[in-house]
Design a protein around this ligand. Structure first.
Ligand code: ADP
Ligand code: ASP
Ligand code: MG
Length: 820
C-alpha cells in the first residue's frame, strides 16, 4: 500500500448542511479553516434530493408522467443554487454541467418510462445524480471563491460488488485507487460525492441510504487520515434521538464500539458501516454541527476519556418484525438454528437480533419489516418436512415492532442496569416481546411494539440521563370546586416540585361536563379556564381515547367529578398503565367485584389506583391504614366519625332551633349532598367505612353494613322539600334524641365502626371522656385500634371536608403516582 500517515483530514457534509445556497456558504466558511492541509470533502445530495430522485424513478417506472415535473423542479433547484452562489461571470460552466447532468438523467428516466421497469442498477444510476450534482456545485463554488478544488469521480475510486442499492466495498482495490489518486495530486482540497461508487464493470452502485458518511470513512481509512469529521445538523451524537427526546444530551466522547451499537440500532446521525474503516486504523471521528461549529461536538475514539457514564445512549429502530420458529420435535437436534440462518442468509435477509429460549426449541429473530414475505417463504420451505410432520410449527410473524437498545461500554461492570431498564419499561406498561444482550455486554436490546417506542425511549432516557427532572403527565376530569382548587395548587407548586422533587408536572388533558382539552405540551395553568371554554365539546370516550392514544410516560388520570360514567372508565386506563387518582367515591363504593377488579388491574399493569380523599378528604386515613397493614400490623377495630355534614348538624343542634333549620343551614353552607338524606340517612358514612373495611382486606358490600337510622322512616318519602316539611313535623323526635344524650352529659355523633369483619353506622351518645367528644365544625376523626395500638388508638383527626383540603389530598395522590 502506498498510503502514508499524514495530517490529512476528511470532512463530510450531510444533506441539510448543503440543502441550499445559504447553507453551502456556511460549509465553505468552515472549509476555509482547512486550507493549509490536504483535505477531502465528501458531500451529500442537497437535503431531500435522494428521496425525490427515488420518486422520479418510481413514477417513471409506473408510467406516470408526473416524473417529469419532479425532474424539472429538481433541475430548477440546482440551477437556482448555482445562481445564488457563484458570481454571474463564473456561473456558465457550472450551470452547463448541471444542465448536462439533467439531460442525462432525463434520458435515463425516459428509458425507464418507456420500458415500464426500474432495475436496481438503473435505480442506483438515477439516485447517484444527487451527490454527483451537489459535489460539483460545492467544488465550483469553492474554486471560485477560494483556491483550486479537484472534483473526484468516486465511481473510479470506490470499487464495490454488484449489490445495487447496498453495495459492498472491495477495500483492497478501493484503498489503493484512492491513495494513488489523492497522493499524486498537488491540489489541497478535493470534493467528492458521497454515497456513490461503481462495480468492476464501471456501473454505478450506491452504498445504502445515509451512505455518504461511509464514503467519507472509506476515504479517511484509505488515506490514513488524521481525523474524520462528520458535519451534520445537530451538535453531535446525543444520548437519544433529539426528535423524540427534546432533553437528549450531547455526548462529548464515545468509543467506536458504542457509536457502532448506537448507530446499528437506529441513531441515524451516523450510518452504521461508517465506523469500521476508521476503527481499523484508529482514526478519531468528530461529529460536528455545520450550523453551530463552535459547539464541541462528539469525539469518537478508542478509549473515551470521559469516564463514569455507564450508559452512553439509547437508540431505537422501527419497522421491525419478529419471527419465531418453534418446535418441540427439535429439542436437542443439532443444526436447527443453522438451517434457519442459512435460509435467511440465502435471501440476503439481515438478522438484527436473536434470542433463543433455554429449552432450545424456540428461536426468535428480529428482521426488517420489508423482508418478512421473503423470510416466511424461505423458512417455511427450509423446514417443510418438519412442519408437515408436526415437529415444527409454521413460522410465527409479529409485525409493527421496534427495537430499543441501551448502549454503554461500562455497563458490564455495573449490575442492575437491565433490572432498572425492564423495571422502567414495566412500570410504564410497555410489554417486552424479546430481549437480547450482546456477549460484550455493551448493549441490552428489547423488542417492543412500535406504538410504545417513543414512550420507551423517553422513559429510559428519563431514568438514565435526566437527573434534572421527571415529567408527570396529568389528565384531569372535573374542574368544579375541588378541581379548580387543585389546578390553583398545581400552578403554585410547579416550581417547588421541579426544584425539590425533580418533578415537572404537566396538565396534558382537562375536561368538565361540557368541554375537553388535550394538549401534549401542557396546558398553561394561568389561562386554563379560557382555553377550556374554547375547546371541543366533552365526549368522555373521546377524552379517554385521546389520553390513551398519546401514550405519554408517567401519566395519571385524575377524577374530581362525582360522575358514575367517569368511574366506569378507570379499568380502561389502568390496563394501559395509566394511574388513576379518584376523588370520586363511586368506584370504590361500587360492588366489591369492581373495586377488586380495579385493584388487580392496577397491580397487573404496574399502575397506581389511589383514592385517599374518598375518606376524610385531605386527611391521611387510607394512607395510614395501608402503612399499618403493610408494616405487619393487624386491625382490631376502626371507629370513626366521617361525616362533616352530620357533625355540623349535631354540633349546631341543641333543641333551641328546629332541627330542619339546622339542616337547611348545613345545605346552604355547602356541607351536604344535593339531597341531604344521603348524608343524614348515613349512606355516605356507610360508603366510607366500607372503603376502609375493604382496604383492611374485608370483602364487604353496602348490604352487609348495619345502619341504625335516626331519621324517622317518613322523612325518606317524597322530594327534598317534602323531607324538610317532614323533619319540621318530627321536631319532637329530634328534641328527644338530643335531650336523652344531654341528660347524660353526652353529645350526639354519627359513628361508624368496623370490628370482627362487621361494619355498622349509627347515632351514639358520646361522653366527655371519649376521643369523639371534642370534635368541632366539619372535623372527621378515625381511631385505629390495632395489635400495635391496642388500647390507645392511632388517631387521625382534622377537617374532613372543604375544597382546599380535598384538593390537597388529590394533589398528594398525584405526586404519589410519580413514585419519586
Ligand atoms: P445528515 O444529512 O447530515 O447525514 P442525518 O439526518 O442523516 O444528517 O442525521 C442527523 C440526524 O440524526 C439528526 O438531525 C437527528 O435528528 C438524528 N438522530 C437520531 N438519533 C440521533 C442521536 N442519537 N444523536 C444525534 N442525532 C440523532
Ligand atoms: N443522499 C443519500 C441519502 O439520502 C446519502 C446520504 O445523504 O448520506 O440516503
Ligand atoms: Mg446521514
Amino acid at each position: 500500500m502506498t498510503t502514508t500517515q499524514n495530517n490529512m483530514r476528511v470532512l463530510k457534509f450531510g444533506g441539510t448542511s448543503v440543502a441550499n445556497a445559504d447553507n453551502i456558504k456556511k460549509v465553505i466558511n468552515i472549509l476555509e479553516q482547512y486550507s493549509q492541509d490536504k483535505t477531502v470533502v465528501v458531500i451529500s445530495a442537497l437535503g431531500g434530493v435522494t428521496d425525490l430522485l427515488i420518486k422520479t424513478g418510481t413514477l417513471a417506472a409506473n408510467k406516470d408522467e408526473a416524473y417529469k415535473e419532479v425532474l424539472s423542479e429538481l433541475e430548477k433547484r440546482h440551477l437556482d443554487t448555482v445562481k445564488a452562489l457563484l458570481p454571474v461571470t463564473q456561473q456558465s460552466s457550472c450551470l452547463s454541467k448541471v444542465k448536462q447532468q439533467f439531460n442525462e438523467l432525463d434520458e435515463i428516466c425516459e428509458g425507464v418510462y418507456r420500458l415500464n421497469e426500474l432495475s436496481p442498477r438503473t435505480r442506483d444510476r438515477i439516485i447517484s445524480f444527487g451527490e454527483l450534482l451537489s459535489s460539483q456545485i460545492v467544488a465550483d463554488y469553492y474554486a471560485a471563491t477560494n483556491q483550486p478544488c479537484e472534483w473526484l469521480d468516486v465511481r473510479k475510486l470506490i470499487r464495490t460488488n454488484n449489490n445495487f442499492g447496498f453495495a459492498a466495498v472491495d477495500f483492497d482495490v478501493t484503498n489503493q485507487l484512492i491513495a494513488d489518486k489523492v497522493n499524486a495530486s498537488t491540489t489541497k482540497l478535493f470534493a467528492a460525492p458521497g454515497f456513490v461508487a461503481a462495480n468492476a464493470d464501471g456501473h454505478t452502485t450506491t452504498l445504502g441510504r445515509g451512505g455518504s458518511d461511509y464514503t467519507a470513512a472509506i476515504f479517511a481509512g484509505a488515506l490514513q487520515a488524521e481525523a474524520l469529521e462528520i458535519w451534520t445538523d445537530v451538535n453531535g451524537m446525543m444520548t437519544a434521538d433529539p426528535r423524540w427526546v427534546p432533553n437528549a444530551k450531547n455526548i462529548a466522547e464515545i468509543s467506536y464500539q458504542e457509536a457502532m451499537e448506537l448507530s446499528h440500532f437506529g441513531a441515524k446521525v451516523i450510518y452504521p458501516p461508517t465506523i469500521q474503516p476508521v476503527m481499523a486504523r484508529q482514526i478519531p471521528v468528530w461529529v460536528k454541527n455545520t450550523f453551530a461549529p463552535q459547539e464541541y461536538g462528539t469525539l469518537i475514539r478508542n478509549t473515551p476519556s470521559v469516564e463514569g457514564e455507564f450508559i452512553r445512549g439509547i437508540s431505537s429502530m422501527n419497522n421491525i418484525a419478529l419471527l419465531s420458529l418453534e418446535g418441540s420435535g427439535m429439542i436437542g437436534i443439532p443444526g436447527f438454528s443453522k438451517r434457519l440462518f442459512e435460509a435467511l442468509a440465502k435471501e440476503e435477509i439481515n438478522v438484527i437480533l436473536i434470542t433463543q429460549s433455554s429449552s432450545e426449541h424456540a428461536i426468535c429473530v428480529a428482521i426488517n419489516l420489508a423482508d418478512v414475505e421473503k423470510a416466511v417463504k424461505a423458512v417455511d420451505l427450509a423446514f417443510e418436512p418438519e412442519i408437515k410432520a408436526g415437529k415444527v410449527d409454521a413460522l410465527k410473524v409479529e409485525r409493527n415492532l421496534s427495537i430499543i437498545a441501551l448502549v454503554g461500554d461500562q455497563m458490564k461492570s455495573h449490575p442492575g442496569i437491565s433490572g432498572k431498564m425492564f423495571g422502567v419499561l414495566g412500570r410504564n406498561g410497555i410489554n417486552v416481546r424479546a430481549i437480547a444482550q450482546g456477549s460484550s455486554e455493551r448493549n441490552i436490546s428489547a423488542v417492543i411494539s412500535f406504538n410504545d417506542a417513543k414512550k420507551a425511549v423517553t422513559v429510559l432516557h428519563e431514568a438514565f440521563f435526566e437527573f434534572e427532572y421527571k415529567n408527570l403527565n396529568v389528565a384531569i376530569t372535573g374542574v368544579g370546586n375541588v378541581g379548580g382548587k387543585l389546578l390553583d395548587q398545581l400552578a403554585q407548586q410547579q416550581a417547588y416540585l421541579q426544584q425539590h422533587l425533580k418533578l415537572k408536572v404537566k396538565v396534558v388533558a382537562l375536561a368538565n361536563s361540557r368541554k375537553m382539552l388535550l394538549k401534549e405540551e401542557g396546558i398553561a395553568l394561568d389561562n386554563w379556564k379560557q382555553e377550556l371554554d374554547n375547546s371541543a365539546d366533552m365526549q368522555l370516550d373521546e377524552f379517554v381515547a385521546g389520553v390513551v392514544a398519546r401514550n405519554l410516560p408517567n401519566t395519571v388520570f385524575v377524577d374530581v367529578t362525582a360522575n358514575a360514567d367517569v368511574a366506569q372508565i378507570y379499568g380502561k386506563l389502568l390496563s394501559k398503565s395509566i394511574s388513576v387518582v379518584a376523588c370520586n367515591k363511586i368506584a370504590c363504593s361500587s360492588p366489591y367485584n369492581y373495586y377488586q377488579q380495579l385493584k388487580s388491574l392496577a397491580a397487573a399493569y404496574n399502575a397506581l389506583f389511589l383514592f385517599e380523599t374518598n375518606v376524610g378528604a385531605g386527611l391521611p386515613v387510607i394512607g395510614t391504614l395501608n402503612d399499618l397493614l403493610r408494616s405487619g400490623d393487624r386491625i382490631n377495630r376502626m371507629q370513626a366519625v366521617l361525616s362533616g355534614t352530620l357533625n355540623f348538624v349535631f354540633n349546631n343542634y341543641d333543641g333551641t332551633r328546629p332541627f330542619a333549620e339546622v339542616v337547611r343551614q348545613a345545605q346552604a353552607e355547602g356541607y351536604t349532598e344535593p339531597d341531604p338524606r344521603l348524608d343524614l340517612g348515613g349512606t355516605d358514612v356507610m360508603r366510607k367505612i366500607m372503603i376502609l373495611a375493604r382496604e383492611a382486606g374485608e370483602q364487604l358490600e353496602m348490604d352487609d353494613i348495619s345502619n341504625t337510622q335516626f331519621l324517622p322512616a317518613s322523612c325518606f318519602d317524597g322530594s327534598v322539600e317534602d323531607f324538610y316539611q317532614e323533619m319540621g313535623k318530627q321536631e319532637a323526635h329530634f328534641q328527644k334524641l338530643y335531650k336523652e344524650a344531654a341528660d347524660k352529659g353526652c353529645k350526639l355523633k354519627f359513628v361508624a365502626t368496623f370490628e370482627n369483619g362487621k361494619a355498622s353506622v349509627g347515632l351514639q351518645h358520646i361522653p366527655p371522656a371519649s376521643d369523639f367528644y371534642h370534635l368541632y365544625g366539619k372535623d372527621n376523626i378515625v381511631l385505629f385500634y390495632t395489635q400495635r395500638y391496642p388500647e390507645q388508638p392511632l388517631v387521625v383527626k382534622g377537617a374532613g371536608a372543604g375544597a382546599d383540603v380535598t384538593a390537597s389530598g388529590v394533589f398528594a395522590d398525584i405526586i404519589r403516582t410519580a413514585r419519586v
